[in-house]
Design a protein around this ligand. Structure first.
Ligand code: GTP
Ligand code: SPV
Ligand code: MN
Length: 588
């Protein structure tokens, strides 16, 4: 390895972190096998049943370290304005000094692993290369599943000094000194005192969203918190869409959905291209093209079962890592709430304590317990995952978890209105981030925790992209989570969401009409296909599509408060203000 910039940077990290030794991850099975052995000997990994879950392991994180920590996540730009009102900010020099102090000697006596990896297909012109140093074998093995790793990445980088730098030290996992810090101007990410997924697998949210969103702004593309899927119709034509839902609001489930019987019989298939992140570029043909920069899934375990998401279970059938789920001692398999109705009785819960599912009062798996699984394991993985061009996107979909207000589906009037629809997204918080669960908050484009720059400028970037895409995708909003008076979900969701995607695709290809309403274009209720769907009548659909103007007016008050946050920096695009005023008028 002769890349001077890489060598110098790794040396500098070693000088600061003072590890006992440095190991470069070459991507060989022998090296991974040796690391697995070592992690098994220390308890960092627990081996699972080699027949039932070959090549798979359980990992438990520290009790105080089970989710992303948004209040400890920083964007440190020289000018505070560039971080904007929705990100934590500190002066880069000040933060650098703070991090250097925390890093000083943080790897004393342990090994520093150097992971060269690519986000995107390594050979494609759109791939971006990163190097992460870490003291965690769990991180090394998870990065191997989630990204493309190894010496071949260094070969591709050659002597190019342009790579994304990532530093991770577990240190003592102290929550008070936990920081996830981004320096976009230096393409650098620094993480300390955590061992949890999104905080430490630096290729994912830190790089492929926060840093990449800055690169996209500068280079004319977009990094979005979106799944990508293809719907193959009976004629064999595959149409693609990308959808942004906040964390734990259904991206993985939608990305791998199994069509309902009536659709299957007609010959419909769904192909998963990605479940969490999309990089979107304008193609030569004037359409928007999407690639999934990842190579694996870091999915929510609870609620995943043979009915809700058989393809996720297929993905985790081998070579996977489970984090913070239940260990069934009878056969060394794993369990989580919602997997089936037979919780193990002789088990260990996510905290490492004996647990009997028949008598336990507490959940055995953490609500944000996760699986890390190779994308190529997924029974419905699209061959286009390995296509450097990506897939052409016909629809962009926004959605959140709303008990009321948001209808099942609506379409924006045009691109700019679609950007407005994305900008006013709101959703109830989930266990994917530390803090209260079930609180409605504005989460524009599902990017509130992941936009690496001033979100007002980000809205403007979306508006600018609209002027450059000759054949832009149509933009929609969905909500699978409306509740009835008893607090039950009205819409069956999961595979049946294809019924809504079907209407969306028909709209994109001018195959169906719509009603014009104050919020946007909406399906005529009889155009939502409920054939073969038990418990859902035309009246149910009418209810799901109903617009309660009083609730929307309450929402507008909250949107105004949210927009006002940008006043300090003057970055909210005038276009969005105009869209809001027009919306208010339409509501009357
Ligand atoms: P992140 O990985 O955090 O970004 O989450 P995600 O957006 O991929 O969410 P995921 O698909 O893992 O779903 C999160 C939770 O929502 C799980 O408990 C699912 O069972 C539940 N869920 C997903 N889709 C639906 C749906 O259509 N209806 C209902 N009611 N619940 C759903
Ligand atoms: C999310 O929280 O949106 C996730 C999991 O996909 S994490 O990688 O922790 O961000
Ligand atoms: Mn996510």
């Amino acid at each position: 390895m002769a890349n001077k910039a890489v060598l110098e940077w790794v040396d500098r990290q070693a000088d600061l972190l003072k590890p006992a030794e440095i190991v470069w991850i070459d991507g060989s099975e022998e090296q991974y096998e040796a690391l697995r052995k070592q992690a098994l000997s220390t308890g960092e990994l627990i081996a699972l049943n080699p027949e039932k879950l070959p090549g798979s392991y359980l990992h438990r994180s520290a009790l105080n370290d089970v989710a992303r920590v948004e209040d400890r996540t920083y964007i440190c730009t020289p000018d505070r304005k560039d971080a904007g009102p929705t990100n934590n900010w500190l002066d880069p020099d000040e933060m650098k000094a703070k991090m250097d102090a925390l890093y000083d000697g943080a790897m004393t006596g342990v090994t520093m692993y150097v992971i060269p990896y690519a986000m995107g297909l390594p050979d494609s012109p759109f791939a971006k290369i990163g190097i992460e140093v870490t003291d965690s074998i769990y991180v090394v093995l998870s990065m191997h599943i989630m990204t493309r790793v190894g010496s071949r990445i260094l070969d591709i980088l050659g002597d190019n000094p342009d790579f994304i730098k990532g530093v991770h030290a577990k240190k003592d996992l102290s929550a008070e000194d936990r920081y996830i810090v981004h320096f976009p101007q230096d393409n650098t990410i620094e993480s300390v005192n955590s061992g949890y997924g999104g905080n430490v697998l630096l290729g994912k949210k830190c790089f492929a969203l926060r840093i990449a969103s800055c690169l996209g702004r500068d280079e004319g593309w977009m990094a979005e918190h979106m799944l990508i899927l293809g719907i193959e119709n009976p004629q064999g034509e595959v149409r693609y869409l990308a959808a942004a839902f906040p964390s734990a609001c259904g991206k993985t489930n939608l990305a791998m959905l199994v069509p309902p019987e009536v659709y299957k019989k007609k010959g419909y298939k769904v192909w998963c291209v990605g479940d969490d992140i999309a990089w979107l570029r304008i193609g030569d043909d004037g359409r928007l093209w999407a690639v999934n920069p990842e190579y694996g899934f870091f999915g929510v375990a609870p609620g995943t079962n043979a009915r809700s998401n058989p393809n996720a279970l297929g993905s985790t059938s081998k070579n996977s890592i489970f984090t913070n789920v239940v260990l069934n001692l009878d056969d060394d398999t794993v369990w989580w709430e919602g997997l089936d109705k037979n919780p193990p009785e002789n088990a260990i819960d996510w905290k490492g304590n004996p647990w009997d599912g028949k008598t336990a009062g507490e959940a055995g798996a953490h609500p944000n317990s996760r699986f890390t699984a190779p994308a190529l394991n997924c029974p419905c993985i699209s061959p286009e995952l390995e296509n450097p061009r990506g897939v052409p996107i016909s629809a962009l979909i926004f959605g959140g978890r709303r008990a009321k207000t948001a209808p099942l589906v609506y379409q924006s009037f045009d691109w700019n209105h679609g950007v407005f629809v994305g900008s006013i997204m709101a959703s109830e918080t989930t266990a994917a981030q530390a803090g209260a669960v079930g609180v409605v908050r504005r989460d524009p484009m599902a990017m509130l925790p992941f936009c690496g720059y001033n979100m007002g400028d980000y809205f403007q970037h979306w508006l600018n992209m609209g002027t450059k895409i000759k054949n832009p995708p149509k933009i929609f909003n969905v909500n699978w989570f409306r509740l009835d008076d008893e607090g039950q979900f009205i819409w069956p969701g999961f595979g049946d969401n294809l019924r809504v995607l079907d209407w969306i695709m028909a709209r994109c290809f001018d195959e169906i009409g719509a009603d014009t309403t104050a919020v946007g274009f909406m399906p005529k209720p009889e155009n939502v296909n409920i054939e073969g769907l038990e418990g859902v009548s035309l009246d149910t659909v009418k209810g799901l599509l109903s617009i309660d103007k009083a609730l929307w007016k309450e929402d507008i008050a909250d949107i105004k408060n949210f927009y006002a946050k940008f006043d300090e920096f003057g970055t909210l695009p005038e276009e969005l203000r105009a869209q809001l005023a027009a919306f208010e008028q339409r509501l009357g």
